[in-house]
Structures are given as structure tokens and as C-alpha cells.
Design a protein around this ligand. Sequence first.
Ligand code: C2E
Ligand code: MG
Ligand code: MG
Ligand code: MG
Length: 274
Amino acid sequence: HAKKHGRNMFQLYTTDTEGLAKTDLRMEALLHKALENNEFVLFYQPQYHAESGKIHGIEALIRWNSPELGMVPPSAFIPLAEETGLIVAIGEWVIEEACRQNKAWQDQGFPATPIAVNMSLRQFYQADLLETIKGILKKTGLGPRCLMLEITETIAMQEDIAADILQQIKELGVRIAMDDFGTGYSSLKYLQTFSIDHIKIDKAFTDKLHTKEGRAIIATIISLGHHLDMTVIAEGVETPKQVQELKDLGCDVFQGYYFSRPLAPADLVDQLFG
Ligand code: C2E
Ligand code: MG
Ligand code: MG
Ligand code: MG
């Protein structure tokens, strides 16, 4: 089954330029219907404390389970969703589904664990984002401290919108993480201005941990985060060697294939509580 989907995907992404435009249009048409057809799913990847090995949080990562295209990764449709504005509705679904699932786990007796949701810039241009989040927390019954929003430097850069709304979201008790730190238009100003709880070291840096320069950059991000009272999370941790080196550098939390891939809800429960 997966193979068949794999082949469809391959065809989709290896067309020529002319074909690519057509592919985009076709994809856009399919994407428009995906939400009402219930084709999105969330996978969940655990984050572990370096010292205790205890769970720190769970990141929700979207996939598009398309009957026509197969299982589509976010890199293949989030940019299109952002361009078309569909990301606003999709993003709202993600927040609600992640909150609903997290509350359901708590109701089943599993320990309360924060869930992290990735945010797109377009969502912050919605005047009612705060109300949307409030409404979802109320509707699902999830405590605000069990929700984390992952923002990017691109979002933090839009100071006019970001400063106020992030402050208001923080006042609800929701936590904020700076995702992919160091890959965008990094400015230390943003870290200082917004009350950010967690800083995530991008996989691109974790990959370079074995080099002198890579190690220096990671050490600096960790030191920066700690001086600002933030929890530092390393992304893309794949090997025991990286785990040891990150521990030596004082990194707080690990996320990556070495510990677990993103999992379907039932598999996540097995992994964490099974
Ligand atoms: P991200 O938020 O930085 O998420 C981390 C990505 O790295 C995920 O890819 C995850 O599966 C992958 N990853 C985690 N550990 C490892 C590892 O050890 N090795 C490798 N090679 N990869 C690892 P994924 O799920 O394909 O998501 C890609 C990006 O798509 C995310 O990057 C995020 O920017 C975006 N995304 C995912 N879900 C959503 C969503 O609901 N809304 C929005 N706006 N963007 C999303
Ligand atoms: Mg993320
Ligand atoms: Mg990231
Ligand atoms: Mg990343």
C-alpha cells in the first residue's frame, strides 16, 4: 500500500517545469477539499529531558493523507497552503486536533504533557487568533499550560503584530517556543522582547555537532538560552554520540529519531506509556 503511494509521490515531484505548474494547480484543488474530507492527520514526536529522561513535551506534526497523492509530508504542501491562505483553516484544525488529542490522553489517565503546535505567519495576521486559541482551549477543556506554540523567527520579525499577540497568548498560560533558531533572520532582540520559554536548535546545527564550528554554535545557543532562562531543545538528534555531546554542552531537552520518530497517536501511547 505504502509503495503505491510512494510511486504516486515520486511521479508528482519529478515532472518538468511546465508539469510543475499543473501539479501545483492540481494540488491546490486537492488541498482545498482536504480539510472537509478529513484528510489531515497529526503525528506526534516526543521530547525528552536530558538528565532525567522524562518526557518534556510532544510535538504535533501534520501529514496529509490524500487518496490521490498518498501520504504527503508538510514540506510538500505547507508552502502552498501558506501561499493560498488555506493555512489559516488548516492551522486552526491543527491546534484544535492537538488540544483534543492531548485532553483525551489526560482523560485516559496519562500524565499531563504539553503539546507543541507549529504556527505559520499567516495565522498571526488573523485579528482573532487570540480568540481562536481561547475558544479551542475552552471547547477541548485542555489546560493552557498543556499547549505550546512553536513560532519562527519570521513570525517574531513582524514586531507590530507579534509582540502584542504573543504577550496576550502568554497571559493565557500558553507556552511559546522559538523553532529552528538560527536558520532565519535571527535577531537577539526578538529573544529579548518576547517572553519565549523554549529555544529549539535546528537540526542543521545538530548535524554539524562533530565539527569545531558546529559545536561552538550550539554551545553559544545553549549559553544564550540559559542566560535568558529558556529551556534549550535540540532537534534532529539521531545518534548516541550527539546525545553525549549535547549533554556535555548542557542541552536540556532532546528530540529526534534516536529517541523516536513522529508517531501515530496509538504508537505514541505505546512509546510513552506502554
Ligand atoms: P519542524 O517544526 O522543525 O519539525 C521538525 C521536523 O524534523 C519534522 O519534520 C520531524 O519529523 C523532523 N525530525 C525530527 N527528528 C528528526 C531526526 O532525528 N532526523 C530527521 N532527519 N528529521 C527529524 P516534518 O514532520 O516533515 O515537518 C517539517 C516541517 O513542517 C516542520 O519543521 C514545520 O516547520 C512544518 N510543519 C509540520 N507540521 C506543521 C503544522 O501543523 N503547521 C505548520 N504551519 N507547519 C508545520
Ligand atoms: Mg516545530
Ligand atoms: Mg524545528
Ligand atoms: Mg527544523
